[in-house]
Design a protein. Sequence first.
Length: 358
Amino acid sequence: MRDRLLAAEKVKAIDWRDDALYLLDQRVLPFEETWHAYTTAAGVAEAIRSMVVRGAPAIGIAAAYGIALAARERFAKGGDWAGALVQDFEVLANSRPTAVNLFWALNRMRDRLARIKNNESPLAVLEAEAVAIHLSDREANLTMAQLGADLIRKHQGNLQTVLTHCNTGALATGGFGTALGVIRAAHLEGMIERVYADETRPWLQGSRLTAWELANEGIPVTVNADSAAAHLMKTKGITWVIVGADRITANGDVANKIGTYQLAVAAMHHGVRFMVVAPSSTIDMALASGDDIPIEERESRELLELGGKRVGADVDAFNPVFDVTPADLIDAIVTEKGIVERPDTAKMALLMCRKRLH
Ligand code: MRU
């Protein structure tokens, strides 16, 4: 399966080459495939804030490369270059608040910086750490894809019609995806009849990005309005809702793209299974429950404008871009360390003690 998954890999959104970080601009996909080059932490932070790069794991990877770039710039200036890097950590940490992968990756870079030995080349060490973060996310995707597909087979062996939300694919990760990775693996194993992709207002990660990724690979996909999801569960034989996560707390609550919570409520009502797929870098054991997760609110114009044109009345709009699904609405959390079914605090703690499965 691993080789078949790797062979099916078509899209990537993050490229580290020629002393620069290249990001595929996700604001203009699928109509334009535009890459931008970044050489500073401030540039990378702005790319995260403005959503050139998005998706929890991809944000973390980009931030790690941002530190490798900043180190180069500071080192060339001389003096206490490592001390000056504090500013770059801060600029990157302030780019978006909800995806914990950002802070996880920055902490890893900070720890590695603190452990650099006299006989090591600091710039090479920091670059290698960023590359390792990138590669290990790709490996985690492969493991989770297989585990998630096995879980689907275990519960319902026949053809599945699944619903997904936002974009959790190659564009959002260092590999080919979390929830979308599971869907890809299940498709390769002949288990997927059709994928319904919520359009994911207001950014349209579903209709622009997920539909594009799946259609490119010949996986049958139909886009639906977010508000059609409960109707689909009632009328289209949906067997699984499969989504990603931006932060999972110690009790198994899950923050993900706005609209995920109402999907979980509707899934429970209709007897549809609910799977969350995320690497352990998305798990924040420092927070007891989802109530503690900072939820990003973005500008009201993202709701009131379409393609830069005002379509809503001249009023304010409330635009939280994530919500929290309580653990008791979740059937399974799939990570590269294993699967937690019916998550709770004790099971999450046990999971985090395990080694990665790859
Ligand atoms: O605002 P976005 O597009 O960064 O939100 C992305 C999501 O909510 C994804 O579901 C999540 O980050 C998981 S991506 C593997």
